[in-house]
Design a protein. Sequence first.
Lengths: 274, 387
Amino acid sequence: MKITGYDHTNRGVGIRNLQLILPSVVCSTRVSSRIATEVSKQYPAVTFAHQHGCGIIGNDVGGITEYFASLAKHPNIGSVLIVGLGCETIQGNELAEKLLKENSSTKYLVIQESGGVQGTVDGGVGAAKELNVTYPPKQAELRDLHIGIDLSNANLVAAELVTQLGALGIKTTVSSSHKNSGLNFSELMEAGVHLIVSFPDENQPASGFPLIPTLNISSNSPLHLALAADFDLAGNATVAQIIELIEAVGNGVKTKVEAMGAGEIIAPRVVRSV
Amino acid sequence: MSNELTGFPRKDGRWGFRNQVLLLPLHSALSSVARKIADASNGAVAVSHDWSGEHDGDYDRIFKTISGFAANPNSFATIFLTLNTPHELEIIKAAQKIGVNNTEIINLAELGSMDKLFEVALPIANDLVVQAKKVARVPAPWSALHLGLECGGSDALSGITANPALGVASDRLVELGAVSVLGETTEILGAEHLLAARAITPEVGRQIVEAVARYERSINYEGIDMRGAQPSRGNIEGGLTTLEEKSLGAAKKAGNAQFTGVLDYADAAPKPGLYFMDTPGHDTEQLTGFAASGINIVVFTSGRGTPTGSAVMPTIKVATNTPMAESVPDFIDLNAGTIADGTETLEEVGGRIFDEILAVANGQLTKAEKGLHHEFSLSRMYNTVIS
């Protein structure tokens, strides 16, 4: 079984070719969104809202920095523009310098040093377009994929899926630490998975992660049955159907949440904010 | 300029100075669609957050934050996007108890898909925006005004220019009968004894000191040194040396008035006067807590400059120094650096801030509003990873 990948050099071969506009602090999320909206008219770019990057202490400083670094190093990402405010706890320039050592397709902009909002949006759009390296599609095997399983709702199909993917030589990482898919997605992202198969808790809707195509498999709970249209497969789906869909997504077919442009980041925090 | 304050009276007795149509997701998975509807609409606003219904140690705080935010008097209407879980329905009820001018509830579970929700919600939002624009302002008493005092990205001039000038404006408003609220427990650490001495009763003074002590205990409990976050690296680059120095400057925002009371995070001020609210120093967590408490206008002083704002509260940015005000003109509304330049007095800049508050309350848009800065953060006292 073949899939279409993009050889993102040191980031690895991804199944999406996305430019990440990464706000290093909540204060730069709006500017990042404006840059992403503009460049998305020409090529696929992604950003997200979050509330992190400042007012953090202790292990969260290193933890959130590492989390952002994992996003920037993800195989589905072709290039990264980090947008910082300037005075935040997580210093984007240090993060960028560290990331640049591994991937030259990395740039950094500071709002406080770029003439304000419009200056940063204009500068950011220019920088992002310069960064947008062309990566020709590269054929790869299904077994080259690393698949994440969000096991918020443990079930037999999921267990069988892990077994069968293993038999096909496909690397899987299972996250069942939380009932909250969003936190499991973050763990899976940090593990570098290309694609997530999510079995959300019976009382949670379908959801996704911005850089990682996420397939949502329904349970037979009342909420999931009511929201059947948001799920990629119903609760009675077979493992063969799931694998067939994984192959399609590996060839560029969008998952339901991906097509809706949905996907939130829930970054793990270990300490209260200050 | 007219000295008359005008606004929109709400049925619950509070006043709004804006007529926002707010799309409020009650689950993190509804954040994306909320933003999408706002972007496609003719002026509705949306916030995003990362709460997915967890019923953990932070539940009460999150409950209070989201329900209070939903009930901010600057909203003409709040459109709740919900999965109709019992917790979400409780939040809507709590918001309505505080006062929601117009409530719309859009239930994803009933509509069956995000696409359908988008289709249904967009015309509702657009219609409410049209209705909101038709409402005329009427003269408002000064007690209608609930001012939030915030500083972020402080520098060595904060305590000399913008903060004491804001203190002048705050004192005038308190004297006229408005509410003024100082936040940021982190940033009165080291200055709490000075604020406590201005408390209206010894009990209020004790509460101010206790808020700081409680804060210090919770940080010490974590076994970590808060330096690294406070003063932040940006503060240090801006010339601040210690947290105490930062605090002495930050406290100047509250002028010289007496403190009427101490508010817990997101709690409303019960009557006119100057208050201290126990909030984090994190700018958007503080702004979100202010909005949840019913504050309807904010003045935000900054040494380094920040574009952030709120979906429901106009947020006036005051620069502490002229070079910054000139280098990032599209997010600074007013420059207090003239005090350090020697071209204006503290009283003069305080007067300009007062006039700006009045003009903005009466409808003049702030830079953050024009830039559609609607940042939102949930403040948590516990971690998110160990459930």
